[in-house]
Design a protein around this ligand. Structure first.
Ligand SMILES: NC(=O)c1ccc[n+]([C@@H]2O[C@H](COP(=O)([O-])OP(=O)(O)OC[C@H]3O[C@@H](n4cnc5c(N)ncnc54)[C@H](OP(=O)(O)O)[C@@H]3O)[C@@H](O)[C@H]2O)c1
Length: 285
């Protein structure tokens, strides 16, 4: 089925579908496989997973069972915090490939800027040059992390996957990434189902105006800002709903109304939370 999802271009010329399916916290095998297969049936061609989600194997199985050619599907996975380091990264990458049942990734990200990310990036640069990864990027990097990475490595990150929603639009980081040709990928694009974001009167009102749902209005707001969106849902009707965002656009006035929701407050962990980075860098025994 054709959804007319646009592709965005990385600075190396490779492309990423602007809409993907998120699978964070989906641990149940059948639930995961149903959501991936539903998304592929509806027309998604992009899945965002990570080693730490514990579901790469099921993602790989669902893709194989879907009958859709692997080459048509954009797969992202991520390097977890206790796998940092040059050799560790190469081993973790291969383990992700094995679990996913594929011999390359479309995108591999450093999940968080925990210690030794420069060494990890150097391994990723080599894997990229060897053609094992089509695009390399980071996640949860602040401006200072990006500046550090750019000062000490050869290849600029192609994308940064960061918490982004109307209450936390990341405007400063967004502008910095734009200047440096780093794509902005929004995680938690719907606010992770937290704090009743989707009940905000501004969004409810705009949903009525456009004959869409508040979730579709929010996802369209991301798309208008040039972001990649990876909404997660295990609900088939929502997976479809979240894909129906390329047949309308928001006026500048309405974009500004949504901008008034900015509180500058994250819902989730800060990438500058050293305690979190330290704790999650310890490999469980
Ligand atoms: N790089 C990182 O550190 C990081 C961190 C978090 C997430 N991520 C990635 O980003 C993806 C998306 O983020 P997220 O899963 O945290 O949050 P999200 O996509 O913003 O929100 C998911 C929540 O919204 C609900 N939902 C989905 N579509 C909806 C709709 N149309 N109407 C109402 N509710 C809807 C889902 O419920 P149901 O599933 O019950 O339908 C779920 O509770 C993740 O799955 C993961 O791939 C990355």
């Amino acid at each position: 089925m054709a959804l007319n999802v646009p592709n965005l271009k990385f600075h190396n010329g490779a492309e990423i579908p602007q809409l993907g399916l998120g699978v964070y916290l989906v641990k149940d095998k059948e639930e995961l496989k149903t959501s991936v297969k539903t998304a592929l049936e509806v027309g998604y061609r992009h899945v965002d997973t990570a080693m730490i989600y514990g579901n790469e194997t099921f993602v790989g199985e669902a893709i194989k069972e879907s009958g859709v050619d692997r080459k048509e599907i954009f797969i992202t996975s991520k390097l977890w915090n206790y796998d940092h380091g040059y050799e560790e990264t190469k081993a973790a990458f291969q383990a992700s490939l094995d679990r996913l049942g594929t011999d390359y990734l479309d995108l591999y990200l450093i999940h968080w800027p925990s210690a030794h990310y420069i060494e990890s990036w150097k391994a990723m640069e080599e894997l990229y040059k060897a053609g094992k990864i089509k695009a390399i990027g980071v996640s949860n990097f602040q401006i200072h992390h990006l500046e550090d990475l750019m000062a000490h490595t050869e290849i600029m990150p192609m994308i940064n996957q960061i918490e982004t929603h109307p209450e936390f639009p990341q405007n400063e980081l967004h502008d910095f990434m734009k200047q440096h040709n780093i794509l902005h990928e929004a995680w938690g694009p719907l606010g992770q189902g937290k704090r009743d974001l989707l009940s905000q009167p501004v969004l409810v009102e705009l949903a009525k105006k456009y004959n869409k749902t508040p979730a579709q209005v929010v996802l369209r707001w991301h798309v208008e800002r040039g972001e990649v969106v990876i909404p997660k849902s295990v609900t088939p009707s929502r997976i479809k709903e979240n894909s129906e965002i390329f047949d309308f656009s928001l006026t500048q006035d309405d974009m500004e109304k949504i901008a008034t929701l900015n509180t500058g407050t994250r819902y989730a962990t800060s990438p500058d939370d050293e305690e979190f980075l330290r704790k999650t860098s310890v490999r469980p025994q």
